[in-house]
Write a protein that binds this ligand. Structure first.
Ligand SMILES: [Zn+2]
Length: 267
């Protein structure tokens, strides 16, 4: 549905903008996404596409893909998670696998945190004061487990003020395509509250809905104290743009992953 992402024709040129998000070609040939709003904050970040580190490498060897991405961002290393679709958040101070969880936070300069996605929204969060960065893997199950508020809470425990936080909701299965059953809607209403009804739209099939994970994450961030103007939805659907992004729903269990990465620059 979203066809606004265009191939860049010239290396390094800005090509399009959507919610502050654009695709750009790096000098090493990679096509990556970036949020203007996160660049303004001064953190290093990017979202990979199929034209970047191999999507199977990102899935099966995130340590090596993370080191490569960290080098590109002038960072020292990258930490990642064994993502399990829950509500746990962990802190990290060194590269490599930081545990089984869906939120990862670091206050260490030069260390990137790397989220993997093959349809699920990765929410990148940065503090304007440079205290910390984080990602949340906001799949439907992790959304129901309240991963986004838990990640913001961990940042606040480090001294970040919610009003200083800026968030980018990365490409994922969009409200145009992400069909779920009644049991998912019921679980979300139970866990998130009755207002979550606004994130479900009739899909045309009986007892099926299209789940708007982007606005569900936006809402969770706002309710956690972030300013709406500090939250940016990339607005690119991985099913519609399977040419650019791997999609578990399109490709099944063989689907690769793309990476969404953010880190505090070395001082
Ligand atoms: Zn779509």
């Amino acid at each position: 549905m979203n066809n606004r992402v265009m191939e860049p024709s010239v290396t390094g040129q800005q090509t399009d903008s959507h919610g502050g998000f654009r695709l750009e070609r790096l000098s090493n040939g990679w096509l990556v996404g970036r949020f203007a709003a996160l660049e303004v904050v001064g953190v290093s970040h990017l979202v990979t596409t199929r034209q970047g580190p191999d999507v199977q490498q990102v899935r099966h060897d995130p340590a090596s893909a993370g080191r490569e991405i960290a080098r590109l961002l002038n960072l020292e290393d990258a930490a990642f998670l064994e993502q399990v679709h829950g509500g746990e958040v962990v802190m990290c101070e060194q590269g490599g696998c930081a545990g089984f969880a869906d939120g990862l936070v670091t206050a260490r300069r030069g260390l990137a945190v790397l989220g993997k996605s093959g349809d699920c929204p990765i929410v990148l969060i940065a503090d304007r004061q440079g205290r910390a960065v984080a990602f949340a893997h906001a799949s439907w199950r992790a959304t129901v487990a309240r991963i986004v508020p838990a990640t913001v809470h961990r940042l606040v425990s480090l001294g970040c003020r919610p009003s200083d936080l800026v968030a980018g909701i990365c490409p994922s299965a969009g409200p145009c395509c992400y069909e779920v059953g009644d049991e998912v809607r019921a679980a979300a209403l139970r866990a998130v509250g009755p207002h979550a009804v606004a994130f479900f739209h009739p899909s045309g099939s009986p007892a099926k809905y299209r789940f708007d994970l982007w606005n569900a994450s936006m809402d969770a961030l706002v309710r956690s104290g972030l300013a709406r103007a500090s939250i940016h939805i990339a607005g690119i659907c991985t099913l519609c743009r399977n040419d650019l992004f791997p999609s578990h729903r399109r490709e099944g269990n063989a689907a690769g992953r793309f990476a969404a990465v953010v880190g505090l620059p070395l001082g």
